[in-house]
Design a protein around this ligand. Structure first.
Ligand code: URA
Length: 182
């Protein structure tokens, strides 16, 4: 299987209610052989319009976060837990996650990255299957589907709380160390 097969299986998906309000499915973008995959929550307005993840204001900050580990957006892979924009940017509902997450699992299983960076509480809680506070989860590395999972703050949160950029910088140093086999 390759990523385009997964995208083809998704087709013009109507498996959950989110299809009703979306304009474009945001499947994911980047390098199919990426060593690191960044996972967000779900598309916002800009992503829904363009069909590309993390292209809005938070996305511009994510591009800088990726640059901090010496990589570009084209060298990593970027995806979301759900592929269609929730109305008004609400959190995806549990049923929507259940319906959509098999596609993320398949993406990760074909990319087989060394590191998965979970961006923000929603992605962290979904991937790790826990609802423990992000403050207690970050700063540690978790085993996840054969990869090392590094939880960090969502760039949209960093736009509101720039004082936490230092923490994200620490998390990215960890990512770099893992990629270098340290
Ligand atoms: N926020 C997300 O979680 N994902 C995107 O693609 C954009 C903003």
């Amino acid at each position: 299987t390759v990523l385009p097969d997964i995208q083809a299986d998704m087709g013009n998906c109507t498996r959950c209610r989110l299809h009703e309000g979306r304009s474009k499915i945001v499947f994911g973008s980047g390098n199919p052989n990426a060593k690191v995959v960044f996972v967000g929550e779900g598309p916002g307005a800009d992503e829904d319009a363009q069909g590309i993840p993390f292209v809005g204001r938070a996305g511009q900050l994510l591009t800088k976060i990726i640059a901090s580990i010496g990589l570009t957006r084209d060298e990593v892979y970027i995806a979301n837990v759900v592929k269609c924009r929730p109305p008004g940017n609400r959190n995806p509902a549990p049923g929507e996650v259940k319906t959509c997450e098999p596609f993320l699992f398949r993406q990760l299983d074909v990319i087989r990255p060394k590191v998965v960076v979970a961006l923000g509480a929603f992605a962290i809680h979904t991937l790790l299957g826990t609802d423990r506070a992000i403050s207690r989860l970050r700063g540690q590395v978790y085993e996840y589907r054969g990869a090392k999972l590094v939880p960090t703050f969502h760039p949209a949160f960093l736009l509101r709380s720039p004082d936490r950029k230092r923490d994200v910088w620490e998390d990215m140093k960890k990512v770099r160390a893992l990629l270098e086999g340290r």
